[in-house]
Ligand binder design. Structure first.
Ligand SMILES: N[C@@H](CCOP(=O)(O)O)C(=O)O
Length: 464
């Protein structure tokens, strides 16, 4: 399988090169040249297989420059640090299923991809005798998952930008208490969108990127999306509906559009999915897009689900490529319009096409708290505020969509103690590894929202 850019000026590169390139050198995002298909027979042959086996089967369709036995080893190593054999267990709560994606080291779905990406980087870098300087932006969960994915790996430094005061206390501690010399946490005076903008600006300086071997751990990186495609298959295979190959809806709490995009790829590969529902909080640009074709950027508001406090979803560009039937010029035009005019215009035909695959919901802060309470009282189960947006969406759409829902439970509630306490009057059970964070030393660099200042900080601390 070869990879190309959504903007058309990078073509035919290998999987390993795509992983190291991160953001395509023409400013676009890398996508596979073809979409591998999976037949119903193949799908059924995966039933009762382990997560690792399903991961190998799906990923191997997209990777032809890593030997099969090496890929298997990388996958096995990546899921050793999860606290359940199933890696991502599916819970049946009668009205809907919950896919628990938070059993990795940092208790969020990001671990599923970032444990793999850390091992993949290590393997490719040692093969090429190369160093890597990772630069990433986080609204809360990616940062710690990336740091845990690469800590202790040789030849890697990592710089993570987070919006100061806009992540939860636990999310902040999970990042800033890692004191390894190769880890740099930068708290930026701004929003996640500002952080992501800075990262993309730095990557767009291709000379700088090449001089310092810059790499990406955000879902800009194709390997992130690929690892996440796997759990859509694995989740489906665990449902009762899969016995008859019946369709199912997935509802995905959405910020940067990487997670739901992975579901889109799974659907395009042949997984029996009815709708992928984009669940947003009050930062609901993607909901306005799906419902009315209104993709206009408004200010980011702070919510109980900070990881989704995003207006400019980086993976949207990958989806645009498919919406525009592979027209690179149209993708470039829309991305330029978004940068300059702060909106993209869509026509009715395009929105009709969006509705073939997607539906969407939006959840207010108040509704988020209500849902945490409702699920707790009804099911004796505590969902985190991001998952709550998904569950809220599933309940809102259950009369419209007949098929059963799988709600992606994207984080452990202990990461959001304050919100949970407001909702149900008590804290969830706190895992030992979270309790320990409160007694640890911290290191964080506070910086202005300024590309040049951050670029020169990185340059001073980077390896050539
Ligand atoms: N919600 C994310 C934001 C970054 O998204 P990514 O999927 O591109 O890494 C976070 O928690 O950091």
């Amino acid at each position: 399988m070869k990879y190309k850019s959504t903007r058309g000026d990078v073509n035919s590169i290998t999987f390993k090169d795509a992983v190291l390139m991160g953001l395509a050198d023409d400013g676009g995002l890398l996508i596979p040249e073809e979409l591998p298909q999976i037949s119903n027979e193949e799908l059924m042959s995966l039933k009762d297989k382990s997560y690792q086996d399903v991961a190998f089967y799906i990923m191997n369709k997209y990777i032809d420059d890593i030997k099969e036995d090496v890929l298997k080893k990388l996958i096995d190593k990546s899921y050793k640090n999860f606290d359940t054999d199933k890696v991502v267990p599916l819970i049946d709560l009668d009205d809907f299923y919950l896919l628990e994606l938070f059993h990795g080291p940092t208790l969020a779905f990001k671990d599923v991809a970032l444990q793999f990406l850390g091992n993949l980087f290590e393997y490719i870098l040692s093969e090429r005798k190369q160093n890597l300087n990772i630069i990433g932006a986080t609204s809360g969960d990616t940062g710690s998952a990336a740091i845990y994915g690469v800590r202790g790996k040789k030849g890697v430094k990592i710089f993570i930008l987070h919006p100061k005061g806009r992540v939860s206390k636990i999310q902040e501690l999970q990042m800033t208490t890692v004191l390894d010399k190769n880890v740099f946490n930068i708290a930026v005076e701004g929003t996640f969108d500002d952080c992501q903008f800075i990262v993309k600006e730095i990557f767009s300086d291709v000379d700088f990127k090449k001089k310092y071997n810059l790499g990406s751990i955000n879902s800009i990186n194709w390997a992130r999306v690929l690892s996440q495609i796997v759990y859509y298959f694995y989740a489906y295979l665990q449902t009762k509906e899969s016995d008859n190959l019946d369709k199912i809806n997935f509802i995905v709490p959405t910020g940067n559009f990487g997670n739901v995009l992975a579901g889109f790829y799974a659907k395009k590969m042949g997984l029996p999915v009815n709708k992928l529902v984009i669940a947003t909080n009050e930062n609901n640009i993607l909901h306005r897009f799906v419902q009315k074709g209104d993709y206009s950027i408004k200010g980011v508001v702070k919510t109980y689900s900070p990881s989704m406090d995003i207006q400019i979803a980086s993976n949207f560009e990958r989806y645009l490529y498919y919406l525009y039937d592979g027209d690179h010029q149209k993708v470039k035009g829309s991305m330029a319009a978004l940068k300059n005019d702060k909106f993209i215009k869509f026509n009715d035909l395009e929105i009709e096409k969006v509705h073939q695959d997607f539906d969407s919901t939006t959840t207010t802060n108040e509704e988020t708290l209500n849902i945490i309470k409702t699920v707790y009282e009804r099911n004796n189960y505590i969902v985190d505020p991001h998952t709550a947006c998904g569950v809220d969406g599933a309940l809102k759409l259950k009369d419209k969509l007949d098929e059963k829902f799988i709600c992606l439970a994207t984080a452990h509630p202990a990461k959001f103690l304050d919100a949970v306490k407001v909702a149900i009057g008590k804290e969830p059970e706190i895992p030992e590894r979270i309790k320990e964070l409160f007694n640890k030393d911290k290191r964080v660099y506070e910086m202005p929202n300024d590309v040049n200042a951050i670029k020169s900080f990185i340059e001073q601390n980077i390896d050539e």
